[in-house]
Design a protein around this ligand. Sequence first.
Ligand code: PFF
Length: 455
Amino acid sequence: MQNKQSIHGAWANRWIFILAATGSAVGLGNIWKFPYIAGENGGGAFVLVYLFCILLVGVPIMMAEVLVGRRGRQSPINSMRETAYEAGHHGRWAGVGWLGALAGFFIFSFYSVVAGWVLYYIAGMGSGLFIDIGSEQAGQIFNGLLADPQTLLIWHTLFVVLVMMVIAGGVNKGLERATRILMPLLFVLLFVLLIYSMNSGYFGAGWDFLFSFDTSALSGEAVLEALGHAFFTLSLGMGSIMAYGSYMGKKDSIGGTVLTIAALDTVVALIAGLAIFPIVFANQLDPAEGAGLMFVTLPVAFSQMAGGQVFGFLFFLMVGFAAWTSAISLMEPGAAWLVETLGLSRVRASILLGVIVWALGVLALGSFNLTSDLLVFGMTVFEFLDFLTANVMLPLGGFLVALFVGWYLTREMTEDELSLRSSFVYQLWRFVIRFVSPAAVAVIFALKIYEKLAA
Ligand code: PFF
């Protein structure tokens, strides 16, 4: 059974898998979210905790997800059930897959709204909307966009259509093709922008902000945020990576592949920070600006720099590509399940998913205008969906996957999939997945709850 193929197809080779998973991992989380939450949480100290979380929690759990996907060779829901059966356990482990699918819908709903802003900015940069503007005008343009449900709706709809077109194409003609075209472009654009920012004159200030580790600035809030972000940025805890793993070649090494993906994702986040903060400092803007950081500060900077229009256009194009490849992975677990279990065609599955996430997205985009008064636990629907998924559902999903793989799958199964028979690396991974990763998630949750109660 371990040698079976997925009915959905398989990646052409190991590098395609690496690029596809990196495409999933690298997204708005790296370029929009990471810089702004690092900015809000004081920079360096937050970055340090985030790096620990990637290494101690993210990498081992990503290995676990790929392992389950490749072993089960189905959508995350069915792979969880299948591998649970193989290990002699109850099929209710499929619930972890369901939790992930739900998280995928929730994430998509706010992700697509932000991706819609990005599309608007690509068009705006291309048409000269941002030529010669100051921070006040940039703020006005951004707030004007947020206050305009119709425009938001148009771009959100376009983004949903773009994603669903790829999903409809299936693993080889959709996902793999998008990966082959978009990922090289993304890397080239990122590199060009890094060079540009290195020449902005404030590279050192950006560097210090990200890497001067002042741990006294750390709150429990920031630690939970760092943990949640580690899951979010690596696309863990909801099945994306598990689904991608189910199309992976049987002979490819999981450990090395996962390390490469995590390293690429981290490097992109750091480069995005190194590209953004120097520009922020060069223009005396506020690093703790929040969710608008990329959308308000950067256009100002681009409008005043030599070649800024072109680079601004390229920057938002890059962000758009990154968001696209990530959003595809948010929908793949659901699409695979619909095809496997309900027998839908890829096209039908993607239309059905598209309608659902489009409607959820409409709810999220109302948070900036029509339904801005609607608060859930003091947060707008948009903020709540972000908080609930990144800080609660993904860590919980990851925690359960770690327990499942560490304590419920047989040692033979995991040894076989990781092909690390009794080696030191295997022992280390097994120790971490059984004890360290679940404990880290549990402690951070407890810390957060304690902080809430004490407040
Ligand atoms: N990893 C993506 C990002 O950093 O933007 C977002 C994401 C994609 C989260 C897929 C979760 C996921 F399953």
